[in-house]
Design a protein around this ligand. Structure first.
Ligand SMILES: [Zn+2]
Length: 103
């Protein structure tokens, strides 16, 4: 389920791309991940489900309500910036609520 009112960026072709959000949903987290960076028009993001992350030492778990997409995310998706790991989930400008705290 996606948060309402999300401001979706337009691709270079002018079409609205698929949502690029990560949503905490119980014990499964839905996310859009980049496996192989490619031009955004070729839809390099894939919808995946990941296990709910467990907050580690001095970490928090946030239920994301809204996630922005900035130019840095597009650079990562398109391969202009090297991804930090093979299956990166773009999106770091979020609004949410803390649902659990780690030790
Ligand atoms: Zn940013």
């Amino acid at each position: 389920m996606l948060a309402p009112g999300v401001n979706m960026p337009r691709s270079r072709s002018g079409q609205c791309p698929r949502p690029r959000l990560s949503v905490y949903n119980g014990d499964v987290m839905k996310a859009m991940a980049v496996y192989t960076p490619a031009p955004i028009e070729t839809d390099p993001l894939r919808a995946i489900e990941l296990p709910e992350p467990e907050p580690g030492l001095r970490e928090i778990l946030v239920r994301i309500k809204t996630c922005g997409v900035c130019r840095t995310d597009l650079h990562v998706a398109e391969g202009d910036l090297p991804p930090r790991h093979p299956r990166i989930v773009p999106g770091h400008e979020i609004v949410g609520a803390v649902v659990r705290c780690g030790p």
